[in-house]
Design a protein around this ligand. Structure first.
Ligand code: NA7
Length: 535
């Protein structure tokens, strides 16, 4: 049963994914009152919505899990190395049960607006059902990939067959048996779902605008001995996660890809390819993210792999990305490239024949009209900012967050934004977020935000707000780090490049989870340096 909406709480939390759940648990532990608003009918966030066939996380289960409760990690039984969406959702639900979270979560309720009242120093948060709550703190735990997007082409509504978006998959599932299916999009959602759909449907046509780099996941059941081993050393492992680059500890690269022999390099890449770990591939050499020449070697290796697997030379060539490895989100797959060897699977390269429109019967490109029973949109998200700017957030002087960010998001540490007192973002733009194991980054932000709130209360202060100067300096720093890397070379959602009209700004902090944490801890230790604290 959904609890009634309270009129006043200490904190409003938007979203009951992994961020919102942990935040609620922590704030309660501090003696604060909090309410969570969640659009879905249950907890889980990303893992509640993204129920498409083949959906899995691409960080290992034993690492992609909360660290805050040692009993939880000792008792929850993961089945697979890379768990499926149902398994991760089961974990989220287990956490909700275990910590009795649902009694403070209002489900089926989207937050539509939040206005800061400068006189009272509180947020008034409005829901789609017309309820209003007043809170001292507002935390946007809305996720980086939750505002889904469709292709910007005419005719979406005209198709007479069934349409699905991977991020809003029917809970009862979809049976594609005997159907002719068109799939638009080849990011993680496409790469994971295409092999599963192709095994069921009579035929599948994939519409690819930009190919992905994908590594075979080599997924399998977890062995009892590896679980026991991890449980024995979990505390050390969690510490290593916090200090690592991506939130997944691996031995640091020590050599440049350019300083080793071709044989040594090939063997190293092969080892990473065989390991089924994206982080292993990205950390083979010190300079893959920094030097085009080094990256070209990794790129050539993956191209060779694709061409070895995919039999049709044109399809293989079309599947080989041009941009540097790792500069768009790489994928982890189960038989993705092999799927193109099936006689019932066809690839359409939208760079050669662009999408024109959706018709009554299917999809029209510049070359022809393709006829389908069903269309799957695996077209991704208005990443990182969409879920924040979709809410009418207004700070000092009634300024809207959306307008304030019209030239790109501006934050201090990806946690706060100048002009928006007591508004916290969990894994906001300007933090490592999507360049990391999300749960590691989520816990770090939640811990930091809760410490800041505890500090305010201890000191009898009412508001915390990023200073304009600290924010400007942080934005410059985030840009500077990105400029050292190859990331800006790809038209990625990291850059906002997948959404027409969205400013091209590299949004995540690319300096690594460990460095970032140090900076956040330093800011806190210096009395929240760069934040304005007011009584
Ligand atoms: P992604 O990674 O954003 O992938 C979306 C895909 O859809 C990508 O191939 C896009 O091509 C394609 N797309 C988007 N808009 C269009 C239009 N208008 N026309 C043609 N093709 C289009 O989203 P996912 O859901 O797959 O994955 C999101 C993240 O979840 C993933 O990175 C992991 O972190 C987990 P584009 O590349 O923009 O040319």
């Amino acid at each position: 049963a959904t609890p009634p909406v309270p009129s006043t709480v200490d904190a409003v939390i938007v979203g009951a994914g992994f961020s919102g759940m942990y935040l609620l648990h922590k704030l309660r532990g501090m003696g604060l009152t909090a309410v969570v608003f969640e659009a879905g009918t249950d907890v889980g966030g990303t893992w509640y919505w993204n129920r498409y066939p083949g959906a899995r996380v691409d960080v290992e289960s034993l690492a992609y899990s909360y660290s805050f409760d040692p009993d939880l990690e000792q008792t929850f039984e993961w089945e697979e190395r890379y768990p499926t969406q149902p398994e991760i959702l089961r974990y989220a639900q287990h956490v909700a049960d275990r910590f009795d979270l649902r009694r403070d979560i209002v489900f089926r309720t989207r937050v539509v607006g939040a206005h800061f009242d400068e006189d009272g120093g509180t947020w008034e948060v409005r829901t789609e059902h017309g309820d209003a709550v007043h809170a001292q703190y507002l935390v946007m735990a809305t996720g980086c990939l939750s505002a889904s997007k469709h292709p910007e082409i005419p005719g979406l509504e005209t198709f007479k067959g069934a349409s699905y978006h991977t991020a809003h998959w029917p809970h009862e599932g979809v049976d594609f048996t005997g159907l002719s299916v068109g799939v638009i999009g080849t990011g993680s959602s496409g790469v994971q779902s295409i092999p599963v759909i192709a095994a069921q449907a009579s035929d599948v046509t994939v519409f690819q605008r930009t190919p992905a780099y994908s590594l075979p996941a080599r997924n399998r059941k977890l062995r009892p001995d590896e679980v026991a081993e991890m449980r024995e050393h979990y505390r050390d492992y969690r510490q290593a996660q916090k200090e690592s680059g991506f939130g997944v500890p691996v031995p640091p690269a020590t050599k440049s890809a350019l300083e080793v022999s071709p044989e040594e390099r090939e063997a190293r890449f092969e080892e990473a390819w065989e390991s089924g770990s994206l982080v292993n591939l990205l950390t083979t050499y010190t300079d893959l993210a920094l030097s085009q020449e080094a990256n070209d070697l990794a790129k050539a290796f993956v191209h060779r792999k694709i061409k070895e697997i995919v039999e049709d030379p044109q399809t293989a060539a079309d599947l080989c990305p041009e941009y540097p490895v790792g500069t768009k989100r790489p994928c982890l797959d189960t038989h993705y490239y092999e799927t193109y060897n099936r006689p019932n699977v066809h690839l359409v390269n939208l760079q050669r024949e662009p999408l024109v429109e959706i018709t009554e019967k299917g999809i029209r490109t510049a070359a022809e009209e393709y006829v389908f029973d069903a269309i799957v949109y695996a077209t991704g998200f208005d990443a990182m900012t969409g879920s924040l700017t979709n809410v009418d957030i207004r700070g000092r002087g009634g300024a809207s967050l959306k307008e304030t960010w019209s030239a790109g998001p501006r934050t201090y540490l990806g946690i706060g934004s100048a002009g928006f007192p007591n508004l916290f973002m969990i894994t906001g733009p300007g933090s490592p977020s999507v360049l990391s194991n999300m749960i590691v980054s989520i816990e770090q932000h939640v811990d930091w935000v809760c410490d800041a709130i505890a500090h305010l209360r201890d000191q009898g202060l009412r508001t915390i707000e990023a200073s304009q100067e600290a924010q400007d300096a942080w934005v410059d720093h985030v840009n500077l780090i990105a400029s050292y890397t190859l990331y800006p070379k790809a038209n990625s959602w990291y850059m906002g490049a997948n959404v027409p009209g969205k400013p091209r700004v590299f949004m995540p902090y690319a300096g690594g989870v460990g460095e970032y944490r140090k900076k956040c801890d330093e800011v806190a230790a210096k009395g929240y340096e760069g934040f304005l604290l007011d009584a």
